[in-house]
Design a protein around this ligand. Structure first.
Ligand code: CP
Length: 336
């Protein structure tokens, strides 16, 4: 394993070896300790990360912005209406210019069929790392924090840990597929036994599911798919119920933007896909409830679960800071 991830894009965990992901996690634990003890760690002094947000964010923006500040650098917040992207500047030109000014370009762009292509376009034309802050396919920053949080609870050997990832009903918006997709891709590499549950039609991208199954085969883990939410909860150590848009419930998923109302009608047919006390009762006694947040309270999950003894959502959210810092240190820093 090379310890030098300097200059690498961070678009999906699939493009990193397991040893490299372990290095990111070790670095995250180290930075968490430094943060807790107040030990200064200006590992990216005077460095700039450009943060381009096409979509709203609480955790991602603030973990990157607070994180780069704590590392001695600066985060420059950008949105398309504040850039010439709004007037048609090409992705290539944006990438080339920002490469001359700073040390990484971090981007959130979740539009289905558009976001990941935009990031790949930036990466092809950038001399500095492109960091994915969530696109339509992947949310690698989130899943790294999820894995760190699971390791804190269950230790480093996660083989045959039973994880239920389930679709859940929400009204807030059509959430991207990127969180569950990143979870099935990464958890299967650590030998976990993953059950993925969703109502018929609410599929994830077939190629992602295929890759996750291959990952499970290599690691000795499992990826099983069911259309019963209860099945994902039975005997689970970890449950992660969360909504995602039913992009594959319409004929052409690339036209999801124009069919939002139609998709939402299909979402409303599954209001019973909710994480409640009865379902938590199906899990193991010491199970944990996780959610990337924001949660659609009262719909995806009842308050007594998300605020209850199984919930580790705020540890999970805090770990967004430490993992984001680790990714920045390893890709933007390195050898003095
Ligand atoms: N989980 C997550 O990415 O949160 P934000 O959308 O608030 O960034």
């Amino acid at each position: 394993m090379s310890s030098l991830l300097r200059g690498k894009d961070f678009i999906t965990t699939q493009e990193f070896t397991k040893e490299e992901i372990d290095l990111m996690l070790d670095t995250s634990f180290d930075l968490k300790r430094k943060f807790a003890t107040g030990e200064p760690h200006p590992l990216l002094a005077y460095k700039t990360v450009f943060m381009i947000f096409y979509d709203e964010s609480t955790r991602t923006r603030n973990s990157i912005e607070a994180g780069i500040t704590q590392l001695g650098g600066h985060g420059n917040f950008l949105s398309p209406d504040k850039m010439q992207a709004h007037h048609g500047e090409t992705v290539a030109d944006t990438a080339k210019v920002l490469s001359r000014f700073g040390h990484a370009i971090a981007v959130r762009h979740c539009q289905f069929g558009v976001g990941n292509k935009y990031l790949r376009g930036l990466a092809e034309n950038s001399d500095i790392p492109v960091l994915n802050l969530q696109d339509d396919i992947y949310h690698p920053m989130q899943v790294l924090a999820d894995l760190m949080t699971i390791q804190e609870r269950f230790g480093k050997d996660l083989r045959h840990l039973k994880v239920g990832i389930s679709w859940a009903y929400a009204e807030s918006h059509l959430k991207p597929l990127s969180v569950p997709q990143s979870q099935i891709l990464l958890f299967t590499r650590y030998g976990m036994d993953v059950t993925l549950a969703y109502p018929e039609g609410f599929d994830l991208m077939p190629d992602i599911v295929k890759q996750a199954k291959e990952n499970a085969e290599k690691s000795g883990g499992k990826l099983e798919i069911t259309h019963s939410m209860d099945e994902a909860f039975v005997d689970a150590d970890v449950v992660i119920p969360k909504s995602w848009g039913g992009f594959f419930t319409i004929e052409n998923p690339m036209e999801a933007e124009q069919h939002k109302d139609e998709i939402m009608q299909k979402v409303r047919q599954h209001k019973d896909w909710k994480c409640d006390e009865r379902r938590m009762g199906l899990t193991k006694r010491n199970s944990v409830y996780m959610h990337a947040l924001p949660a659609d309270r009262g719909r995806e999950v009842v308050d007594s679960v998300i605020d209850g003894p199984h919930s580790i959502v705020f540890d999970e959210a805090e770990n967004r800071l430490h993992t984001a810092k680790a990714v920045m240190v390893l890709t933007m820093g390195g050898r003095p």
